[in-house]
Design a protein around this ligand. Structure first.
Ligand SMILES: *[C@@H]1O[C@H](CO)[C@@H](O)[C@H](O)[C@H]1NC(C)=O
Ligand SMILES: *[C@@H]1O[C@H](CO)[C@@H](O)[C@H](O)[C@H]1NC(C)=O
Ligand SMILES: *[C@@H]1O[C@H](CO)[C@@H](O)[C@H](O)[C@H]1NC(C)=O
Ligand SMILES: *[C@@H]1O[C@H](CO)[C@@H](O)[C@H](O)[C@H]1NC(C)=O
Ligand SMILES: *[C@@H]1O[C@H](CO)[C@@H](O)[C@H](O)[C@H]1NC(C)=O
Length: 496
């Protein structure tokens, strides 16, 4: 009997003990970190005996002072408006938020629940204090610091905090896709993280990527990291002085924007490798010098500049195929000049200096044309000059109509002609054998140092004129004069 009583008693004790222990309990961390000026949420859960509770009054206290009461007037002045019960008491959640944390908010605090009737309990054995920090915790910041242009950059920024109601906000210095994540650590600590992804661009190179974290209450942190973006050369260009005198030296320099920096190669337009290095020296440039380009090279690519053609300047050269010609009785002289810059073309007829009646310019070719009354002149000088020098050439005129008119007009002309024909027939016969091999060029020209004087040599024959003609092919001095025998000549004679 005694034994049975003892057993019952023991069971009763046991039951009561387990019941009380599992009933009035609370779970709070002993300490929560709080950022001054920000807010903190104290996670809290509690338990009470198995009572059918309908009304819940949750109170937070420090010693015998109330820091939170659902009736605000019961809350001590210092905490009025700053504390808020976040937890749902009916779900045994007693989490408390304190805003605008002050240095003196350290606690320790404990929770008290008041249910119906006498069922009230202060969990003064489960105290929580707030350890105040003046500045936010360091930020974790990761980003791939070296990328190739076009690659995706992922940056990750995370901080710990203790106010999940108002978590820190993230602001990135670069646009891109953002993801926000939050994670519950322990003891009221949370982790907030933002991930940014974007496509790298060369303009991002050497620029700091910043992650600005703003905590509730306004405190900020802004870690940053500089990103290096590798990219193939861009803006590859040749710097040079385009105008260069023939025979002089041109210095060309290539530049580009690239990461890592470019090395350079020089090629001629036809693809011959000329030089390696950022500069290229072209010595003794000529009007025929080939165009060149440079290639900027780095590990990301090879990029060509546009082709560079120097503007080689040179004194005029009068083309030897410049000539005077007659068409429908109108005589004109074309003086064709090669030069850079284009030349001024003048003509000297006797002692008169005449400007070109027409000038055509096409690239390095200047064609000056003179059309005037040439009188009885047999030649005209063409003078060409530009900033680099001058040149001259003697152009022979075709026989002029005036000559014929004089002959025809004068009565003596007929007699003279008859005599000439007579002589001519004899001479031509004599000449035939000698002159057959000579070239019957339209008109030939000769350079002269003295444009005002007729040249002593290189008089040449012209088929349809009365010009003096050499019978021999040696261009010597022992000329025999005569008229040439042509169809044109014969028709003139017929008129006479
Ligand atoms: C208690 O309430 C807080 C605030 O609403 C909430 O964040 C937390 O998850 C709740 N705790 C539990 C255990 O449900
Ligand atoms: C320059 O080039 C010309 C031909 O283009 C040549 O005749 C001359 O000798 C060269 N001069 C030098 C100094 O190389
Ligand atoms: C200019 O010269 C080039 C060749 O040197 C020729 O192809 C072009 O037709 C010329 N233009 C004119 C307007 O004469
Ligand atoms: C070329 O010569 C003419 C006449 O002598 C002169 O007026 C002109 O200025 C010269 N032009 C150049 C470019 O030297
Ligand atoms: C014609 O050219 C020669 C050189 O070829 C030069 O000596 C002479 O002075 C020039 N004459 C004129 C009128 O410019």
């Amino acid at each position: 009997m005694d034994a049975l009583q003892r057993l019952v008693f023991f069971i009763c004790i046991c039951f009561k003990a387990t019941q009380t222990e599992s009933s009035w309990t609370a779970d709070v961390p002993s300490s929560v970190e709080g950022l001054l000026g920000s807010c903190v949420v104290i996670p809290c859960s509690y338990n009470y005996p198995d009572i059918a509770a309908h009304t819940f009054t949750g109170i937070w206290r420090i010693d015998d002072q109330v820091i939170y009461h659902p009736t605000e007037s019961n809350t001590m002045e210092k905490y009025k408006g700053r504390t808020k019960l976040l937890g749902d008491l009916s779900k045994k959640n007693c989490s408390l938020m304190i805003e605008n944390l002050q240095q003196s908010d350290g606690g320790p605090f404990f929770f008290r629940i008041e249910l119906e009737g006498p069922n009230k309990f202060s969990y003064s054995n489960n105290k929580v204090s707030i350890s105040m920090i003046g500045e936010p915790n360091p930020t974790d910041f990761f980003v791939q610091e070296e990328v190739k242009e076009g690659q995706t950059v992922s940056a990750f920024c995370s901080v710990s905090h203790s106010c999940p109601t108002y978590p820190p906000s993230f602001h990135w210095s670069h646009s891109g896709e953002q993801h926000f994540q939050t994670q519950n650590l322990q003891n009221g600590q949370w982790k907030a993280a933002s991930t940014l992804t974007f496509r790298s661009d060369r303009t991002d190179n050497n620029k700091p990527l910043r992650c600005r974290v703003t905590y509730h209450g306004g405190k900020q942190r802004e870690p940053s990291k500089t990103i290096k973006v590798k990219y193939a050369p861009v803006n590859v260009k040749v710097e040079y002085q385009p105008d260069v005198n023939e025979g002089e030296t041109a210095h060309l320099k290539c530049s580009s924007d690239a990461n890592p920096v470019s090395s350079y190669e020089w090629h001629s337009e036809t693809g011959v490798l000329l030089n390696k290095g950022q500069t290229y020296t072209m010595s003794n440039v000529s009007r025929h010098s080939e165009a060149v380009y440079c290639t900027a090279v780095n590990e990301e690519g090879r990029v060509k500049s546009s082709t560079v053609q120097l503007n080689v300047l040179y004194a005029p050269d009068i083309e030897t195929y410049s000539k005077c010609s007659s068409y429908n009785g109108i005589v004109k002289c074309d003086c064709i000049v090669q030069s850079r810059p284009p030349s001024t073309v003048h003509f000297v007829l006797g002692d008169r200096v005449l400007p070109s009646s027409k000038v055509e310019k096409n690239g390095s070719v200047t064609t000056g044309t003179l059309q005037t009354d040439f009188g009885s002149f047999k030649f005209v000088h063409c003078l060409a000059n530009n900033t680099l020098g001058n040149s001259n050439l003697t152009l022979f005129l075709p026989v002029n109509d005036n000559m014929q008119n004089i002959f025809i007009a004068s009565g003596a002309g007929v007699i003279v002609l008859i005599i000439l024909i007579a002589i001519g027939v004899g001479v031509v016969k004599k000449c035939r054998g000698q002159s057959d091999g000579t070239p019957k060029s339209d008109l030939s020209t000769t350079r002269s140092d003295r444009p005002a004087e007729p040249p002593r040599y290189a008089q040449t024959k012209r088929k349809e004129n009365y010009e003096d003609v050499h019978c021999n092919d040696s261009y010597g001095n022992d000329s025999v004069y005569g008229n040439t025998e042509t169809d044109w000549d014969e028709s003139v004679y017929a008129n006479v």
